[in-house]
Design a binder for this molecule. Structure first.
Ligand SMILES: Cc1ncc(COP(=O)(O)O)c(C=O)c1O
Length: 473
C-alpha cells in the first residue's frame, strides 16, 4: 500500500494536466488495479429483508418523492461497523461521508450501543418533568467542552429545532427581530431556520420574515477573496441600511457543510461578532456539522476563528446517529425562557442523553480529535497535490475530517463540473467508497467520514480517485 501510494504521488509533474474524470474512463476495466479494502474483523449477519428494488418501489408509493436519494443504482445499507457499511449482499463500503457528517465515533460503536441498550432496558422515556441523571450527566459533560460561561443546555431532537430555539432566544433576549445569516449557509428547514438558510434549492415559498443574508466570506468564489474584514464591512452596511440599526443576532457555520465545505475567510467572524454586539444582537455558532472534534484542530469550528459565541447549537455528531440536538448558552441569556414554560417532549430523553454521553467519552478516550487532525491533514495534503495534476480540481479546502473538493470544467471561469461530480460519486461507490456531494452548484465532493477513519482508509480513497483519473493520461 505504502509503495503504491508513493508511486501514485511521486514524480508525476511531467504528466500532462487532465481536464476531467470522464464517464467512459470511470469504468472499472480489467486493466485498472483497484486497491483492496484492508482486512476487517467483522462480518454482518445474513440479511433476509426486502431488496433495494422492493424498498425503492415502496418508497415511491408511500414516501414523498421530494426525498432525495443518492446514486443511479440504489444502495440498500443494512449494517454498519465503525468506518464501514454493508449492503444487502454483505458487500463492504468505506464510508467517507459519515451519514452526512453525523457518525462521529464510528457506526454502531460498541460503547454507544451499550449505553443506549442499557438505558432502553431500564427506562426508555421520561420527560423533563421528572428527574433523571442521564440528562444532567450529559449537560455537565457538554458544558465542560465549551468555553466561558456557556453552560446551560437545552436538548432538542434535531439541528433544525436547535437553531429555531437559538433564534427565538436571541429575539427574546435582545428585544429585536432581525437576524443576519450568510448566503450559502444551511441552518434547517422549519420556517425560521429556512429563513436563515440561504441556498435557493432548499427554500420553499413560505413566509420567512426578518432575515438578511450577508455576502458569504467564501475564499474561492467570494468577491473579496480571503479578505475577511472586507466582507465584515458589508455586513456592517447591511445592519445600517437594511435594519433599524438593531438586530437580534447573527448565525453562521464556521465551515459551511451543505454549502460545499466553505471555510469562512480569516478575520471575518471577530469583526462581525463585534458589529452584531454593537447592534444589540447575539452571536450564534451553528456547530451542527463542524462540532464534536470533526475539524481536528479544535473541538468546535468557531474556535479556529478566535471568537466566543453567545449561543452554540449542535446536532449530528453529538449523537453518532441518535436523534439529538442541543442549544448551549449562558445562564443570563437562558433566563429569558423562564418568562413562559419551555417544553420539548423528547428533548433530553434518557436514551438519547445516555448515548450522547457515551459518544463524548469515546471521542475523548479514543483521541478522535487528534485522529481527525492527523488523518485529515494527510488527506488534504494529498488532495492538494492531486489538484496540481488535474485541472478539474478547482479547489481543495476544509479542516480535519471535514474536507471538500470543488470540481470545475474551467478553472478560470470556475465552471461547475456538475455531471462529472455525479459520475465520480457513482464510480467511487461502485468501487466501494461512499462520498458526499454539496455546494450551491452540486459540484463539491464532501468528505466527512467517521472520525475513526485511518490513513490507510484515506489512501484507498485517493488511490481510487487516482485510478479513475490516471487512465486519461
Ligand atoms: C449546519 C447545519 N445546521 C442545521 C442543520 C439542520 O439539522 P437537521 O437536519 O438535524 O434538522 C443542518 C443539516 O444538515 C446543518 O448542516
Amino acid at each position: 500500500m505504502q509503495r503504491a501510494l508513493k508511486r501514485a504521488f511521486s514524480g508525476r509533474s511531467s504528466l500532462r494536466k487532465h481536464r476531467c474524470f470522464s464517464a467512459s474512463l470511470l469504468k472499472n476495466n480489467d486493466d485498472i488495479l483497484l486497491p483492496k479494502m484492508p482486512p476487517f474483523d467483522y462480518s454482518p449477519p445474513p440479511y433476509n429483508g426486502p431488496s433495494a428494488a422492493e424498498i425503492f418501489q415502496k418508497r415511491r408509493e408511500y414516501l414523498s418523492s421530494s426525498m432525495l436519494h443518492s446514486y443511479e443504482k440504489h444502495l440498500n445499507l443494512v449494517d454498519g461497523k465503525m468506518q464501514y457499511l454493508f449492503d444487502e449482499d454483505g458487500r463492504r463500503y468505506l464510508d467517507a461521508f459519515g451519514g452526512i457528517a453525523t457518525v462521529s465515533c464510528g457506526h454502531c460503536h460498541p460503547d454507544v450501543v451499550e449505553a443506549i441498550v442499557n438505558q432502553t432496558k431500564r427506562l426508555q422515556h421520561s420527560p423533563v418533568l421528572f428527574l433523571h441523571h442521564a440528562i444532567t450527566d450529559f449537560a455537565e459533560a457538554l458544558a465542560s467542552k465549551l468555553p466561558g460561561d456557556l453552560k446551560v443546555c437545552f436538548f432538542t431532537n434535531s439541528g433544525t429545532e436547535a437553531n429555531e430555539l437559538a433564534m427565538m432566544i436571541a429575539r427574546l433576549y435582545s428585544g429585536n427581530h432581525d437576524i443576519i445569516s450568510l448566503r450559502n449557509g444551511y441552518h434547517g428547514n422549519a420556517p425560521g431556520t429556512m429563513g436563515t438558510t440561504a441556498l435557493s434549492g432548499w427554500k420553499f415559498n413560505v413566509v420567512q420574515s426578518g432575515v438578511h443574508h450577508a455576502l458569504n466570506p467564501d475564499q474561492y468564489r467570494g468577491v473579496f477573496g480571503s479578505d475577511g474584514e472586507k466582507y465584515a464591512k458589508d455586513l456592517q452596511g447591511l445592519i445600517e441600511y437594511g435594519t433599524t440599526g438593531k438586530v437580534a443576532g447573527f448565525i453562521a457555520e464556521a465551515i459551511q457543510g451543505v454549502g460545499g465545505i466553505i471555510e469562512l475567510a480569516p478575520g471575518y467572524l471577530p469583526a462581525v461578532y463585534n458589529s452584531i454586539r454593537k447592534a444589540g444582537g447575539l452571536c450564534i455558532a451553528d456547530e451542527v456539522q463542524s462540532g464534536f472534534a470533526r475539524t481536528g484542530s479544535h473541538f468546535w469550528g468557531f474556535e479556529a476563528h478566535g471568537v466566543a459565541p453567545d449561543i452554540v447549537t449542535m446536532a449530528k455528531g453529538i449523537g453518532n446517529g441518535i436523534p439529538i440536538g442541543a442549544v448551549v448558552t449562558t445562564p443570563e441569556i437562558a433566563q429569558v425562557l423562564t418568562q413562559r414554560s419551555y417544553f420539548n417532549t423528547f428533548g433530553g430523553n434518557p436514551v438519547c442523553t445516555a448515548g450522547g454521553l457515551a459518544v463524548l467519552r469515546v471521542i475523548e478516550r479514543e483521541k478522535l480529535q487528534e485522529n481527525a487532525f492527523v488523518v485529515g491533514s494527510y488527506l488534504k495534503e494529498r488532495l492538494t497535490s492531486l489538484k496540481e495534476k488535474y485541472d478539474i480540481i478547482g479547489d481543495v479546502r476544509g479542516r480535519g475530517l471535514m474536507l471538500g473538493v470543488e470540481l470545475v470544467t474551467d478553472r478560470q471561469e470556475k465552471t461547475p463540473a456538475k455531471v462529472e461530480t455525479i459520475h465520480f460519486m457513482d464510480q467511487m461507490k461502485e468501487n466501494g467508497v461512499l462520498i458526499g456531494k454539496g455546494g450551491f452548484f452540486g459540484n463539491v465532493i464532501r468528505i466527512t467520514p467517521p472520525l475513526c477513519f485511518t490513513k490507510e482508509d484515506a489512501g484507498i480513497s485517493l488511490l481510487l480517485a487516482l485510478n479513475f483519473s490516471s487512465k486519461e493520461a
